[in-house]
Ligand binder design. Structure first.
Ligand SMILES: Cc1cc2nc3c(=O)[nH]c(=O)nc-3n(C[C@H](O)[C@H](O)[C@H](O)COP(=O)(O)OP(=O)(O)OC[C@H]3O[C@@H](n4cnc5c(N)ncnc54)[C@H](O)[C@@H]3O)c2cc1C
Length: 417
């Protein structure tokens, strides 16, 4: 008989989503086992950028990020020779602060934090699939080494591969956009800059006199001598799936000033790539004892490719529903109602925002619309700030200024994802 361990909740994956759910469940006094196939510190291909949404979640977790590289806002390059400087807004609900942190370090800190709060975090344990009872309900998971981990609730925080969800037949919704992104690290004198940077037009030479490349780029200073530089594009672009993304990054970077250091000589490690599961692409986020969080639930923002904050926040939300369910008595009708309400909570928060983002992607997938917008709309007074706030989902819940009112009004006109 295979060895079995029991807890209140089993979490598969110790990325931001899995660690957040574990920390919040521990705060509710529940016994949590987190299973992670990798051994920390492990690389995770990411832009390493944390917006004020993510900072708020780190703060709620009680993580000490005082020594991490801070940034004050977003510098956008779009259709003119000088950038838009958009500071993080002063809001009641979010701090006016962004961070950058290599994922190897961020995820290690999160896993250590979960461990410190009393979660059992087992590294090097690859989960192969769910264990089902006779009714088809998930009652735990099986690991590659044969061990079984049993619990009344299982959380799938296994990232974009969504292996557990797929085992229950939860396929990706084909009508949701999908993204892909590539990134590399460079030794750069720009590493200490106080702004993270977004490039809405990528040229392989002088702007307007060379080839306009598909996708959007970023430069995120890490404060340790390096920058994380990358680009992403979505399947709303005609180039999606028909392009060598690494080559695309090289072509764009070859056109940047050599003194920035984004050259083959300045590069550290390989160019890494990964998928961006966007806009609620794997509903329902609760099914038969299995709760989906973060990328496993397709919770990357279609607006800006941000996934860490949504992973952390969905982890917090899920933990609340799981704690309510277990307080009502595992297996009871009230417990099932609490878990079934989780997808509704997600949609109440982001359903309209993400659906607006899904439409936005379809629009900007047409390069002529994107170019017209950045040439004519963005320079109009207030538009860049509005776009910045809307894309980063930075509004107060109780509208505080005109941007909040406009964004809330736009959302009210949009159906939920
Ligand atoms: C190139 C790129 C750049 C990006 N840039 C940014 C950015 O700058 N800011 C931002 O907010 N978001 C960014 N994202 C998105 C962000 O990386 C993800 O949204 C985020 O990692 C989601 O966190 P997660 O915890 O849901 O999943 P993950 O971080 O993928 O964690 C899943 C964990 O589960 C483990 N796991 C998987 N399968 C198993 C298994 N069978 N058994 C046990 N463990 C398993 C994995 O090893 C992993 O540790 C970027 C993505 C890409 C690809």
């Amino acid at each position: 008989m295979a060895e079995s361990a029991e807890s209140d909740v089993v979490v598969v994956g110790a990325g931001p989503a899995g660690c957040a759910v574990a920390c919040h469940l521990r705060a509710a006094g529940l016994a949590v086992t987190v299973l992670e196939k990798a051994v920390f510190p492990r690389e995770k291909v990411c832009g390493d950028g944390l917006t004020p949404r993510a900072v708020r979640e780190l703060d709620l977790l009680g993580l000490d990020f005082s020594s991490w590289k801070r940034n004050v806002g977003l510098r956008i390059w779009a259709g003119r020779p000088y950038p838009y400087l958009l500071p993080w807004p002063e809001l009641k609900d979010f701090p006016p602060l962004g961070l950058t942190r290599r994922r190897a370090d961020l995820d290690q800190s999160l896993a250590d934090h979960a461990l410190g709060l009393g979660a059992t975090v087992l590294q090097g344990v690859a989960v192969t699939g769910p264990i089902l009872d006779a009714s088809g309900r998930v009652i735990g998971v099986r690991a590659k080494d044969g061990r079984r981990f049993l619990a009344p609730v299982t959380v799938a925080a296994d990232g974009g591969s969504a292996r557990l969800a797929l085992a229950l037949g939860l396929e990706r919704r084909p009508d949701r956009p999908l993204g892909v992104a590539v990134r590399a690290y460079f030794q750069s004198p720009r590493s200490d800059e106080d702004w993270i940077e977004s490039w809405l037009e990528l040229w392989d030479g002088p702007p307007g006199r060379s080839h306009l490349l598909p996708g959007y780029g970023w430069v995120f200073p890490l404060g340790d001598g390096r920058c994380n530089v990358g680009l992403g594009l979505t399947d709303t672009s005609p180039a999606f799936g028909r392009t060598d993304y690494r080559q695309l990054l090289r072509r764009w970077l070859a056109s940047t000033p050599p003194q920035w250091g984004f050259t083959p000589d300045g590069q550290e490690g390989e160019i890494g790539s990964g998928a961006l599961p966007l806009g609620f692409n794997r509903p329902p986020e609760y099914s038969r004892g299995l709760v989906l969080v973060g990328d496993a639930a397709g919770l990357v923002s279609p607006f800006n490719g941000e996934g860490v904050s949504y992973a952390l926040e969905s982890g917090r939300l899920a933990a609340g529903h799981i704690a309510d369910a277990l307080a009502a008595g595992a297996g009871s009708a009230a417990a099932e109602r609490a878990l079934a309400a989780y997808p509704r909570s997600l949609r109440a928060r982001w359903g309209r925002h993400f659906q607006l983002g899904n439409g936005f992607l379809r629009l900007i997938g047409r390069p002529e619309i994107m170019r017209l917008s950045s040439r004519w709309l963005l320079p109009l007074p207030g538009v860049a700030t509005l776009v910045h706030r809307a894309l980063a989902n930075l509004t107060d819940q109780r509208p505080g200024d005109v941007y909040d009112y406009l964004i809330h009004a736009l959302r009210r006109l949009t159906p939920s994802a």
